[in-house]
Design a protein around this ligand. Structure first.
Ligand SMILES: Cc1cc2nc3c(=O)[nH]c(=O)nc-3n(C[C@H](O)[C@H](O)[C@H](O)COP(=O)(O)OP(=O)(O)OC[C@H]3O[C@@H](n4cnc5c(N)ncnc54)[C@H](O)[C@@H]3O)c2cc1C
Ligand SMILES: NC(=O)c1ccc[n+]([C@@H]2O[C@H](COP(=O)([O-])OP(=O)(O)OC[C@H]3O[C@@H](n4cnc5c(N)ncnc54)[C@H](O)[C@@H]3O)[C@@H](O)[C@H]2O)c1
Length: 448
């Protein structure tokens, strides 16, 4: 049987784009369908605009300290509307550059929503196309909990479209998105309340990292409610009123409510039943280690598989898929050492096992090295700004199992350290390494 394409990719986020581009280098005839802008969540309403807002917020934090560094205080004004316009202009230019890259690679771009008619046939823009292999890379979308009045809350998607900064912002969910936005928006002068249902924010991270970030956010003036959920949200002329289910049963007033309680796979109305593709929990596409679904010719990568919902992971899965299927270079990803960072202030980053996970696996032989330090940058001014680092080590082999950090440049430091940890570096080898002084990263080389 002949097909219109060798590979049809649904979704042009980091996963779909990486797979399409890699497959095209192997001489494969590729088409990619995208219903919105090229680049997916990451470029258009995730990592990239988020990091630009982090940079904008850093100016506010640095301005506060500038007088300690000899700069005279002068009035400053932050124009959110102007700033967010220039962010979107930049995002458009990234989408445009993807368009050129895809065209140059000979990949056909179809700017429509795609859905399955059967395992080899896709319906798109009122026509049918066929493909030998199909890759599902449709990402996810924000999950809104079932709370009366939740329709008044916005998601991270709308945060990037805010026409002006709210005076009072309440965030439901103290995970990656909630913590990052609470930190950025507080720096711009918003009164931020963060509500988390667990005992501590940032579930999944090492407990020492969670508590350091939590204390730092509180110290900066973010109002935190943990062990707390929302009973209802009520609209009033002046504001939105949240009734919270905590010991105090307080009512919190907000101008804007951001809900950031997780991401669900985008697998509804995709016609997956027509192709008989099996779904798992919360509609995640079930795949094996080579990203193959239960259908021999259909694969899935990225957030829609709900493995690790990060851009770098989606991208790596896309490349591994193309190498395995089109270049006869079978590639399975190792998910044990995926580094990740929370771009709050202070920044937090992690690679490898948390102390709790390591103890679960290796028991009492696990050794942990923990230190809090005062980053030089803050030493002229805010005396209580603490960085913290932690190494989790297998006591028998001395192998480093995990590294965790809160503080300036944590993401970059952990990323580099991740290479050594993945290669099995021992605590002794770290101790023997000469660092760069004065930096925060050198703290990892002298832990005792
Ligand atoms: C606010 C925020 C901040 C984030 N920050 C970071 C960060 O700093 N670092 C990090 O690593 N990750 C971050 N992430 C996560 C990251 O954005 C995702 O993990 C990543 O984008 C997943 O890539 P993907 O290719 O699986 O899906 P997506 O990027 O979601 O792309 C899927 C694409 O498929 C398209 N699509 C869906 N259905 C169809 C259809 N039927 N037909 C055609 N097209 C379709 C969608 O329009 C979308 O463009 C962040 C996420 C958010 C929301
Ligand atoms: N820097 C980054 O890499 C980055 C940044 C943003 C998002 N992301 C990705 O996007 C995904 C989605 O982010 P997210 O922050 O929405 O999800 P998340 O899973 O990181 O956090 C959700 C939080 O909401 C809490 N929660 C759930 N229901 C609640 C309720 N009813 N009331 C109060 N709290 C509740 C959970 O306990 C959890 O702490 C993440 O899993 C991450 O993979 C990554």
């Amino acid at each position: 049987m002949t097909f219109d394409y060798d590979l049809f990719v649904i979704g042009a986020g980091p996963g779909g784009l990486a797979a399409a581009k890699k497959a095209a280098t192997y001489g494969v005839r590729v088409a990619i369908a995208e219903q919105e802008d090229l680049g997916g969540t990451c470029v258009n309403r995730g990592c990239v605009p988020k990091k630009l807002i982090v940079y904008a917020a850093d100016f506010a934090l640095q301005n506060k300290m500038a007088h300690s560094y000899g700069w005279s205080d002068c009035p400053t004004y932050f124009d959110w509307t102007l700033f967010i316009k220039s962010v979107h202009k930049h995002l458009d230019s990234i989408s445009e550059s993807y368009l050129q890259q895809l065209q140059k690679a000979g990949i056909e771009i179809i700017s429509e929503r795609a859905s399955f008619l059967d395992a080899h046939t896709i319906s798109i823009g009122g026509r049918k196309v066929t493909a030998d292999k199909i890759l599902i890379a449709v990402g996810g979308q924000p999950l809104k909990p079932n709370i009366p009045g939740i329709e008044y809350a916005i998601t991270s998607r709308e945060m990037f479209q805010l026409p002006y900064l709210p005076k009072r912002l309440t965030i439901i969910g103290g995970g990656y998105i909630g913590v990052e936005f609470s930190s950025m928006m507080h720096a711009f002068g918003c009164q931020v309340t963060l509500i988390e249902k667990e005992e501590m924010i940032l579930s999944g991270f090492d407990d020492d990292i969670r508590s350091t970030v939590q204390q730092a956010l509180s110290k900066r003036g973010i109002k935190l409610f943990t062990n707390t959920t929302i009973q209802k949200i009520k609209y009033s002329e002046e504001c939105l009123l949240l009734t919270i289910n905590s010991e105090s049963r307080e009512i919190v007033a907000a101008d804007t409510i951001l809900v950031a309680t997780g991401y669900n796979p985008n697998t509804k109305n995709l016609g997956l039943e027509n192709a008989r593709v099996e779904l798992g929990e919360n509609g995640a596409i079930k795949v094996d280690e080579e990203n193959r679904t239960n259908q021999e010719n259909i694969f899935a990568v990225g957030d829609c598989t709900s493995r690790i919902q990060l851009s770098s992971v989606a991208q790596a899965e896309g490349i591994a898929f193309a190498n395995t299927v089109f270049a006869n270079k079978p590639q399975k990803l190792n998910y044990d050492y995926v580094p990740s960072a929370v771009f709050s202030r202070p920044e937090a980053a992690s690679v490898g096992m948390t102390e709790a996970k390591a103890r679960e696996k290796f028991g009492e032989s696990v050794k942990c090295y923990y230190s809090q330090f005062q980053p030089l940058f803050y030493q002229l001014t805010e005396k209580d700004k603490q960085g913290s680092i932690k190494l989790v080590v297998n006591g028998d082999s001395e192998e480093v199992l995990g590294a965790h950090m809160v503080g300036e440049n944590a993401a970059d430091i952990i990323q580099s350290l991740g290479v050594a940890i993945r290669k099995g570096v021992t605590k002794q080898e770290l101790d023997e390494t000469i660092g760069i002084h004065p930096t925060a990263g050198e703290e990892f080389l002298s832990l005792n």
